[in-house]
Design a protein around this ligand. Structure first.
Ligand code: NAP
Length: 454
């Protein structure tokens, strides 16, 4: 079939963000053959793969193997990776219009939600987002003010991120040393004094968001016992009725009951899974020392309601893990309440109207939910609409791929290419191999750039 766009040249698409949704969008663009495409995938960091590199836990290497497929997409001759180029700093909305026929914003959700309770300003209260980025070697989070010379840690939230950070805190240094955890994090975790980690769920076990596989893994740790109070597993009538026909959630409950029945083995650390409690205040003189919890019940809509019964836990660190949150991009519309770019199935909306040539995919399109693979279908939906629109899109005045790179060079933007990234990747893997680890990450931005371009 003839190219309905313009027979003389491929459709030029910019993808902002090289995490799963950005790369899956690029993949969907090159997988079809009706419209020839030329895709530039940008990332503000010199490294691709977004949350696969900086979010997935270092002890979950099998999940990270998805990068092999992602790398193949970046190696396709129709795709260019342009790292260390930040939209808003190095690339403007006018640049996108000048060099591309269409743009897909796939920047994920880099911030997090707050608890909005007194004491959140105290040192020792951090977000799981920051902690995860720190232990995964994200260059922006190397100097996180994190002290593990504390006995108790509260992890607020009952999702898979809460499970990840709890597991990393519970594991021994020798277990972590086999992973690609950042060296600076390994050094701090090796000196950890933590004995008790409290995962705090504001609702009941039936409403917990973690998946059974991840939950089960918590009960199999060599270094930590798991403590569950049987009385907190008792279900109210609504939760019990709701659970019927929800096999995944029923499995969670079964595992939790097994945990509750299991005698403690006297391991060095304990993971306490607490349900129906909400943090109401973080307390301490100059740093976090305690967290005050209110016991909850569930209302008819299964929302948590306080009961005015309080307790306090001695903790020196609070990690809130209550969801990621999108951050607005300059000159791109943003829905503050939802933390997403307003869109209709991936077509960006400006003042309620579809904005020609602007698309979005992934967490910044739908919010921070789902696993890596969820982004594949999500990105495919966006790309399907983009291709449908292609014949009618305003055409870029300077569509030649070199026009963009020349522009960046003129502006002094030291962009990183795929070859550069592959060099850094090889170096990290070689350093890892020497230590029996999957890789040793380079975490300082200057060093990343120097090694990539060595
Ligand atoms: P999540 O699954 O949405 O969990 C957020 C948790 O925070 C929920 O338990 C929620 O409770 C709680 N919460 C929200 N606001 C709260 C508040 N004000 N006070 C107390 N608790 C509050 O989010 P996530 O853990 O950040 O994970 C994001 C996505 O990544 C999920 O889809 C997750 O499955 C995925 N992920 C997957 C893996 C994996 O596959 N191994 C690993 C990490 C992340 P309510 O239910 O009461 O709102």
């Amino acid at each position: 079939m003839a190219n309905p766009f313009d027979i003389n040249r491929p459709l030029r698409v910019a993808v902002i963000g090289s995490g799963p949704s950005g790369i899956y969008a690029a993949e969907a663009l090159i997988k079809q053959s009706e419209i020839p495409v030329s895709v530039d995938v940008f990332d503000r960091l010199p490294t691709p793969f977004g949350l696969v590199r900086y979010g997935v836990a270092p002890d979950h290497q099998t999940i990270k193997s998805v990068t092999k497929v992602m790398q193949k997409v970046l190696q396709d001759p129709r795709v260019r990776f342009l790292g260390h180029v930040a939209y808003g700093r190095d690339l403007s909305q006018a640049d996108l219009r000048r060099f591309y026929d269409a743009v897909i914003y796939a920047v994920g959700a880099s911030s997090d939600r707050h608890l909005d309770i007194p004491g959140e300003e105290l040192p020792g209260n951090l977000s799981a987002t920051e902690f995860v980025a720190w232990y995964n070697g994200h260059p922006d989070y190397q100097n996180l003010p994190l002290r593990l010379d504390v006995k108790g840690v509260a992890v607020v939230g009952m999702g898979n991120v809460a499970v990840d950070v709890t597991r990393i805190l519970a594991k021994s240094a020798s277990e972590l040393a086999q992973t690609d955890i950042a060296d600076h994090a390994l050094a701090v975790l090796a000196e950890s004094q933590v004995t008790d980690i409290y995962m705090l769920g504001r609702r009941g076990p039936a409403q917990a968001k973690f998946t059974t596989k991840e939950l089960r893994e918590l009960g199999e740790l060599a270094n930590a016992d798991i403590v569950v109070r049987p009385e907190e597993l008792e279900l109210d009538a609504q939760s019990a009725a709701w659970l019927e026909g929800q096999p995944a959630l029923l499995r969670n409950l079964e595992v939790l009951r097994e945990f509750a029945a299991k005698p403690l083995a006297g391991k060095p650390r304990r993971i306490h899974l607490r349900f129906l409690v909400s943090p109401v205040e973080i307390l301490g003189q100059g740093r976090v020392e305690r967290i005050r919890l209110e016991k909850n019940r569930l209302d008819e809509k299964m929302n948590a309601v306080g009961t005015r019964v309080f307790e306090e836990l001695e903790v020196g660190l609070v990690l809130r893990s209550v969801g990621y949150k999108g951050v607005p991009l300059p000159e791109v519309p943003f829905d503050e309440r939802k933390g997403i770019i307003p869109n209709r199935e991936g077509r960006v909306l400006r003042e309620g109207q579809v904005s020609p040539g602007e698309y979005t995919a992934g967490w910044i399109k739908r919010g921070p939910s789902g696993v890596i693979g969820t982004n594949k279908a999500d990105a495919a939906e966006t790309v399907r609409l983009l291709l449908e629109d292609a014949p009618h899109l305003p055409q870029a005045p300077e569509p030649q791929p070199e026009a963009l790179t020349e522009h960046l060079k003129r502006k002094g933007v030291a962009f990183v290419t795929l070859e550069h990234w592959l060099r850094l990747d090889q170096l990290e893997c070689a350093r890892g191999q020497a230590q029996g680890r999957p890789r040793v990450k380079v975490t300082r931005l200057e060093e990343m750039l120097a090694e990539a371009k060595a």
